[in-house]
Design a protein around this ligand. Structure first.
Ligand SMILES: [Zn+2]
Length: 351
């Protein structure tokens, strides 16, 4: 089928040149040729080797040949006929898509991936966006509110000796220096735990609380307590409590917050903040904080084995019902012990 013998008028540009040469395009048996007005052959290629721009209004079409020369013509209809005739022969819609709308294809694939991503990972994505746009005042207010509530209902002033406090504060300082925060952004506070018993936890503004009961349970093993504090610093660094609060606030509140409806969105979330303690971290978050604690302990010159001792201690107390609060916020202990030990060996073998 020596189909299209007709000539399409246009201009031809030599490689990397803006010099216009009046020329004609001819199509024959699947190949495209450009000839000058003096009938000299300028370039010829198989049509599949020629890049043809898509049709956009009346903008002239550009055909780029494999030698880099360009033929340009305002005759859109003729080019469309040519393309159609070629596609008819080669018959593959994928082929024509790739050929004439590569960007459109990419956009379509991205749009599908994005839609799938929101459907599959929607809430975590929203949570991360919300964390990113949260002004620092929000975690501060959340932490203040939680602290006031706990001081009014559960906590009592610490009865730890000055000595015990100083030892932990100094160790905490050494860990804080190795964190991604400036040391003054992290604060260690001591309290008698009351209802919440032996425990340590982090508030989203960088305040970390350790209870007298946990210090007593450690029975003089202050390095083990520092391992626990490093773990809590890890939670602060990774903004875990804020993420948990936002996760529980749900998609609607987050969209309002991100959309700038600060009034009601923030209010909802701050009320949720009062329930900060009721939220436990996910397994993935615990694992992340565990890894950070190993890194910080090593950098600060402590032995990360101390973290392992803490997990063993919790396991020993597993049947002790008075410690349920801490156990519920630190699940899966045998697994965690194992992965902490593995990570420790991995880091040490790298040195
Ligand atoms: Zn934790």
């Amino acid at each position: 089928m020596a189909s299209d013998q007709s000539q399409i008028a246009g201009v031809w540009y030599p490689y990397l040149s803006s010099r216009q040469n009046q020329a004609f395009l001819t199509a024959e048996a699947g190949s495209l040729s450009v000839v000058s007005t003096e009938e000299t052959l300028l370039v010829s290629d198989d049509i599949s080797a020629v890049t043809i721009t898509g049709r956009v209004g009346n903008i002239p079409r550009r055909l780029t040949f494999s030698d880099g020369t360009v033929f340009e013509t305002p005759d859109n209809d003729a080019i469309d006929r040519l393309v159609f005739a070629h596609r008819g022969r080669r018959s593959g819609w994928i082929h024509s898509l790739e050929r004439f709308h590569p960007r459109l294809l990419v956009v379509a694939v991205l749009a599908i991936a994005f839609t799938f991503g929101i459907y599959r990972y929607g809430l975590p994505v929203l949570v991360n966006v919300a964390v990113a746009v949260t002004p620092p005042i929000v975690p501060e207010l959340m932490a203040k509110g939680t602290m006031q509530t706990l001081d009014a209902t559960t906590f009592n002033p610490t009865e730890l000796t000055e000595e015990d406090q100083t030892e932990l504060l100094e160790g905490f300082e050494r860990l804080a220096v190795e964190s991604e925060y400036r040391p003054e952004q992290l604060k260690l506070q001591f309290r008698q735990g009351g209802l919440i018993g032996p425990n340590a936890f982090a508030l989203p503004d960088g305040t970390i609380i350790i209870t007298d009961e946990l210090v007593e349970m450690a029975d003089g093993d202050s390095e083990m307590l520092l391992g626990v504090l490093a773990h809590e610093i890890g939670h602060v660094e990774l903004e875990h409590s804020l993420k948990q609060v936002y996760r529980s606030a749900g998609a609607v509140a987050l969209i309002m917050l991100i959309g700038g409806d600060i009034g009601s969105g923030t209010e909802d979330i701050l009320t949720q903040g009062a329930g900060l303690l009721a939220l436990s971290h996910s397994r993935a978050q615990e694992a992340e904080a565990d890894r950070r604690s190993v890194e910080m302990m090593l950098k600060a010159g402590y032995n990360p084995e101390a973290i392992g001792r803490f997990f063993k201690l919790i396991q020993e107390k597993l049947h002790d019902t008075s410690n349920t609060s801490m156990l519920s916020t630190h699940p899966g202990t045998p697994d965690r012990l194992k992965s902490v030990q593995e990570y420790m060996q991995e880091l040490q073998s790298r040195k």
